[in-house]
Ligand binder design. Structure first.
Ligand code: PGA
Length: 256
């Protein structure tokens, strides 16, 4: 059985003062929700603050990237054990903004994925096609290639330790979300491809949708059989909107 999961991706937003108000409201808003899992992925400098605010609540936390190395002469890099030191359970890997703007490739994302799992973190591994790729009917080719970069390299047992996220680039940071049917089609494709390697892993792995999730469209997305929750950008910066999305996940708490 797959529990729904809602992950807030704060991206490069926040301040000590704003984080406290936001997180206090999120924590009190979801404290009586029991049937899904709730996470915020925050900028590195705020991990200690978020750890002290969220400890003991039903909101877990994580980072938005990590280095594939443990200890090395790498100025500015953050290793898996450092995230574990700050109580992180999750880390986003291969987000499209990093793939596009920070030279992330299938190989570097796969190396980070491996480092996260080996370091005891749950990677939230992002995949998705651009608008041009969708219009050229390459969605399955692109998402399949991104999935294979971890599935073929590390095997289904490693994928079982991760969360996957389908985030079409044309829906991220726009006001143009995928329809529930469009998202469901790709989620099913991802699950079927994993099933070719391991049916049990395919049945159990959580696949989130991300890209312009709002309170108004969350329930319809989460009602889809292969959508196990969401990776939420902008609406994770608004406590009420984020809590409403968490409530929508609770409505469809446990998939068959
Ligand atoms: P958005 O971002 O909800 O603002 O579209 C989603 C994401 O990038 O994870």
């Amino acid at each position: 059985m797959r529990r729904k999961l809602v992950v807030g991706n704060w991206k490069m937003n926040g301040s000590i003062a704003k984080n406290k108000a936001l997180l206090d409201n999120v924590i009190s808003g979801v404290q009586h929700l029991r049937d899904s899992d709730y996470v915020v992925c925050v900028p590195y400098p705020y991990l200690a603050q978020v750890q002290s605010l969220a400890q003991g609540s039903n909101v877990a936390w994580g980072a938005q990237n990590l280095c594939a190395n443990e200890n090395a002469a790498l100025t500015g890099a953050v290793s898996p054990h450092m995230l574990v030191d700050y109580g992180c359970s999750y880390v986003i890997v291969g987000h499209s903004e990093r793939r596009m703007q920070s030279h992330e490739t299938d190989d570097t994302a796969a190396a980070r994925f491996n480092a996260a799992v080996s370091g005891g973190l749950t990677p939230i591994f992002c995949m998705g096609e651009s608008k041009e790729e969708r219009e050229s009917d390459w969605t399955e080719y692109v998402v399949g290639r991104q999935l294979d970069s971890i599935l073929r390299r590390f095997g289904a047992d490693m994928v079982a330790k991760a969360v996957l996220a389908y985030e079409p680039l044309w829906a991220v940071g726009t006001d143009n979300p995928a329809t529930p049917e469009q998202a469901q089609q790709v989620h099913k494709f991802i699950r079927n491809r994993i099933a070719r390697c391991d049916k049990v892993v395919a049945k159990n792995v959580r696949i989130l949708y991300g890209g312009s999730i709002q309170p108004a469209n969350a329930a319809a997305l989460f009602a889809m059989p292969d959508i196990d929750g969401g990776l939420v950008g902008r609406c994770s910066l608004d406590a009420k909107a984020f809590v409403d999305i968490c409530r929508a996940a609770d409505q469809y708490a446990i998939a068959a």
